[in-house]
Design a protein. Structure first.
Length: 409
């Protein structure tokens, strides 16, 4: 049954309401240092140091931005972030602009390939595991202080540093032989920035099903970029303490897994709204009160739908409630998207285009006008340009950085 939800102005009261509304959502409340919404996004953006970022982003205590939850939910757009960083630092913030482009790249692949990104994009280059996630990993009790800390960051905070994501993904896939799809589903549900494209394709990049080789690491690498914080008191038998050559032999041996092929699914048709009345359907990638579609909206609705959000951890739902509390023109509902929209007198629907096929399927029986986001570069990207980031960057990089600053990755 569909129910409207009135979000309290007070943050603590909102946390409580969301906890009560979604009793099955797992994990702790949103940590105190996180606030969803555009205001929090703008103040985070104001603190970004694009120059320090370039020097230190690989270190756990480096000057990373923590913008991803805001970008993921559209509190600020990628273009806004790019413009702000360029205004502040120009192309001296090249490394950060380059990383922003990674987000766009994964999204372009998702748009073109659809649900297939949830399956092997290519044959794995090494034997990959197909095991479920082991209980000790789910409990955060692997006995390895580094991995247990990364699991705690994930489950308790919903944010994990990029390098820690890479180490953890490599540990799970190559040392523990877990199926990357099971790992990616679990990860996406816990992260505040959980994103089908960035997440699935990053796991595939580590697995080697979307890249030329698997990603793995050794103790020396982890110790250096974590400043020894996990290794100094560690008494565990370290599985990472070896040369890359020795680990390569130990983890992968000579065998190759067979190729797996999946069909590409077609996009549903996109049509203009019928009749004069329109409702803006606000979905989970457009949570900004300044979203252009809201400027002249007669009605705007957001729906917490179990089909889209039922697997997300509590702190993620609370983060979204923070965002929605700033969007006073939007009525918030809980229930099945089709049931809510059918019960309301909505007329046509207008919404931001999304590669999310689950959302597209939910809206298939309605007249929907999908409005594309402003691209970060005016380039035509073909499937062959999206085969590897380096090819995409050859087209997008010169526009983002200017020809004189563009360098091949
Ligand atoms: C296994 C794995 C899973 C991941 N899952 C997600 C996910 O669900 N959602 C998500 O947004 N990112 C994901 N990433 C990418 C990256 O780790 C995060 O975007 C980044 O750590 C977010 O923190 P930040 O905002 O402080 O990043 P910063 O390092 O400050 O980067 C600034 C912004 O650039 C973009 N960015 C940076 N690195 C990457 C990258 N490698 N891929 C894509 N975008 C990037 C993000 O939008 C990020 O907010 C994943 C990476 C790995 C290895």
């Amino acid at each position: 049954m569909a129910t409207p939800l009135t979000l309290p102005h007070d943050h603590q009261e909102r946390l409580t309401l969301i906890r009560q509304t979604f009793p099955d959502a797992t994990g702790p409340d949103l940590a105190d240092h996180w606030r969803g919404g555009r205001l929090a996004a703008l103040s985070t953006l104001a603190t970004v140091d694009g120059i320090a970022y370039g020097r230190s982003r690989n270190f756990l205590d480096g000057a990373v931005t923590r913008l991803s939850p805001y970008l993921r939910h559209g509190c600020i757009t990628l273009n806004e972030a790019i413009k702000a960083v360029k205004l502040k630092h120009g192309t001296r913030a090249e490394k950060l602009l380059f990383e922003f482009a990674w987000r766009d790249y994964w999204r372009q692949v998702w748009t073109m390939q659809g649900d297939t990104i949830r399956s092997d994009m290519e044959s794995p280059k090494v034997a990959v595991g197909r095991a479920p996630i082991p209980a000790d990993v789910l409990a955060g009790e692997t006995g390895l202080p580094c991995m247990d800390a990364f699991i705690s960051d994930l489950v308790n905070d919903g944010y994990v540093h990029n390098h820690a994501r890479m180490w953890f993904a490599a540990y799970l896939l190559h040392w523990r032989k877990v199926d990357w799809r099971a790992a990616a589903d679990w990860y996406e549900a816990q992260l505040l920035d959980g994103d089908i494209a960035s997440n699935s394709l990053s796991w595939q990049w580590v697995a080697s099903t979307f890249g030329a080789k698997p990603y793995y690491f050794n103790k020396e690498n982890l110790e250096k970029y974590s400043a020894g914080r996990y290794c100094q008191d560690c008494t565990a038998q370290c599985p990472f303490d070896a040369s890359y050559e020795a680990l390569n032999q130990r983890l992968f041996g000579p065998s190759h897994a067979p190729a797996r092929q999946y069909a590409v699914k077609a996009l549903p048709g996109m049509s203009a709204p019928a009749g004069s009345k329109t409702t803006v359907l606000v979905h989970d990638e457009m949570l900004s009160p300044l979203h252009p579609l809201l400027a002249e909206a007669e009605h705007a609705v957001f729906i917490f739908d179990p089909a889209l959000h039922g697997h997300w951890a509590l702190h993620r739902l609370q983060f979204m409630a923070d965002c929605l509390s700033e969007m006073e023109q939007v009525s918030v509902w809980v229930g099945d998207t089709r049931a809510v929209l059918s019960a309301l007198d909505i007329g046509g629907i207008v919404t931001q285009a999304s590669p999310n096929r689950d959302l597209q399927r939910l809206l298939a029986k309605f007249a929907v006008h999908w409005v594309a986001e402003e691209p970060i570069a005016e380039v035509q990207l073909r499937a062959s340009d999206l085969k590897r980031f380096s090819r995409y960057w050859q087209k997008v990089g010169p526009q983002l950085l200017g020809d004189s600053h563009y360098r091949k990755p």
